[in-house]
Design a protein around this ligand. Structure first.
Ligand code: AP5
Ligand code: MG
Length: 205
């Protein structure tokens, strides 16, 4: 099964993707996590992407599309995958549609005014992509791999505001794009993490 999870910055894509991937044994392909890993590893791609990400802008299509194509060509993706953070504009959606069929596009519908607070409280592991809120990780360590949790460079309030604008202009229209394709499933993302997950599982049945 090829699934996309869509939603605004801080809507819970990464949180829900981790639960879905565990339950359905799918690889979690997050372009944001892959880009952050490249930055942490000091690769050429990471160097090119960092300024865009720190400003809350989209990384240029040619870089992200090449990254995505390489990742989904890996063997663990051959029986399906969950895409988180891709596609993010019409061009990326077209390219993706030319490579694979998407079975379900999950859309986490959220109240944009509440998301900056979620981002401010988020702590992430740059090694494995694990993400949680500060209150749930009092020891500051990743539950999955024990690495220190950090605040993402693009979670500063002014950058989050820019990411929300970029989302509204470029990514939000993809909800209609996947609706027209008949694969959209909308879930209320303002519920508790557990309730959102239950709604997603019901939508995937
Ligand atoms: P990316 O990493 O994809 O970031 P994003 O889309 O802005 O989304 P986030 O990761 O911030 O939020 P999320 O929806 O995953 O929420 P989370 O589960 O963490 O992209 C970052 C950057 O990379 C982009 O700005 C761009 O520069 C670049 N990039 C990536 N892909 C690209 C592409 N395709 N093209 C071009 N550029 C690209 O949850 C957030 C917080 O809320 C957490 O603390 C969590 O614990 C908490 N939370 C989650 N769910 C709930 C809930 N139901 N109730 C209460 N709290 C909750
Ligand atoms: Mg995320």
């Amino acid at each position: 099964m090829n699934i996309i999870i869509m939603g605004a910055p801080g809507s819970g894509k990464g949180t829900q993707a981790a639960l879905i991937c565990k339950a359905h044994d799918l690889p979690h392909v997050s372009t944001g996590d892959l880009l952050r890993k490249n930055i942490a590893d000091g690769t050429e791609l990471g160097k090119q992407a960092k300024a865009f990400m720190d400003a809350g802008k989209l990384v240029p299509d040619e870089l992200v599309i090449a990254l995505l194509k390489n990742r989904i060509a890996e063997t663990d993706c051959k029986n399906g995958f969950l895409l988180d953070g891709f596609p993010r504009n019409a061009k990326q959606a077209e390219v993706l549609g030319g490579i694979v069929d998407i079975d379900v596009a999950l859309y986490l519908e959220t109240d944009l005014d509440k998301l900056a607070d979620r981002a401010a409280n988020r702590r992430v592991c740059l090694k494995c992509g694990y993400s949680t809120s500060a209150d749930k990780a009092p020891d500051g360590k990743c539950k999955e791999c024990g690495e220190p949790l950090v605040i993402r460079d693009d979670d500063k309030r002014e950058v989050v505001e820019n990411r929300l604008k970029v989302y509204a202009a470029n990514t939000a229209p993809l909800v209609e794009y996947y609706k027209a394709k008949g694969v959209l499933k909308t879930v209320d993302g303002m519920q508790s993490i557990e309730a959102v997950n239950a709604a997603i599982e019901a939508a995937l049945k």
